[in-house]
Design a protein around this ligand. Structure first.
Ligand SMILES: [Fe+2]
Length: 294
């Protein structure tokens, strides 16, 4: 079984941190738990990200389940390696259901939640060629936070500083009802009032999917690695069909991970046996093939 339990034991956080983050998410659209993940774990994850990033550049044919064609964004300041938990499940699958993240999701989204995506992301200094869009991640911009569709957990493996590409966030825009990247009124404009997501290594920042944000510019050439785990309501399609993970990955999943990867929200194959898409976690068949064909 992928070992979320021992990862959980190494984390530093408490109920006050949780309450502060929930308040921040409701009031401002984001919140930070400082220094949760031990530096040693961050460093070993960064070493693995660096290896994957190099492999990604050198691979001629990318496996679409693990990588995307994001190599072209490196020139503009962002190096992204998608689905790290499929490439190295032993190390990264436990990050998708760690306790502080599950507690925040539980408080913010009153629904079954799945993983939208999990990607390692480095801010790259590109001296003048930096160009990243101000955007929201959500498919909709509900003005009422109780209708939040998705939450992004930023597992900050490096320090996030003012000069290494810390994410820019526009507080309270989660109540604006505006999808900034699709709204002609904001075309080529930088709205005032952003803050930088400054946080020490090991922090976990949470951002609602409809809060305006932008990847920051790295001007000091130090790496700024983050693991972005993005979660959404179960009835929205994820960016990868994680039920295609294969039997080897499936057999080691915890129940919580099976839910996050979508194994209890597969549309029924036989509508005589079942007509609803969402099933209880203990109704997921034990075998991989059975789980896919029930
Ligand atoms: Fe984003």
């Amino acid at each position: 079984m992928y070992d979320t339990e021992s990862l959980n034991k190494s984390l530093s956080w408490n109920q006050d941190d949780l309450s502060r983050v929930i308040e921040g998410l409701n009031e401002d659209g984001f919140g930070v738990m400082q220094s949760v993940i031990p530096a040693q774990i961050c460093d070993s994850m960064i070493a693995e990200f660096e290896k994957m990033a190099e492999e990604q550049i050198s691979e001629n044919t990318a496996d679409p389940l693990k990588y995307s064609n994001n190599i072209n964004t490196i020139a503009m300041g962002q190096h992204m390696v998608r689905n790290v938990m499929l490439r190295n499940p032993e190390m990264f699958m436990p990050t998708i259901d760690i306790a502080p993240v599950m507690a925040v999701l539980d408080a913010i989204i009153d629904d079954t939640v799945i993983l939208e995506g999990s990607s390692a992301n480095n801010a790259v200094a590109v001296d003048g060629n930096y160009s990243r869009l101000i955007h929201i991640d959500s498919n909709l911009a509900p003005a009422d936070p109780t209708n939040t569709l998705d939450v992004v957990a930023f597992l900050c493996m490096s320090d996030f500083t003012a000069t290494n590409g810390a994410t820019r966030i526009w507080p309270k825009t989660h109540k604006s009802g505006i999808q900034i990247h699709r709204d002609p009124a904001y075309k080529d404009k930088v709205p005032p009032g952003h803050v930088e997501l400054i946080a020490p290594k090991g922090s976990i920042a949470f951002v609602l999917g409809h809060t305006w944000h932008q990847m920051g510019e790295n001007i000091d050439h130090t790496d700024r690695w983050v693991l972005l785990n993005h979660y959404k309501r179960w009835w929205i399609k994820p960016s990868t069909d994680y039920t295609k993970c294969g039997p080897q990955v499936f057999e080691q999943l915890t129940d919580a991970q099976k839910v996050l990867l979508g194994f209890n929200s597969i549309p029924p194959k036989d509508q005589v046996l079942r007509y609803k898409t969402l099933i209880k976690v203990d109704e997921i068949p034990g075998g991989y093939e059975e789980a896919l064909s029930n």
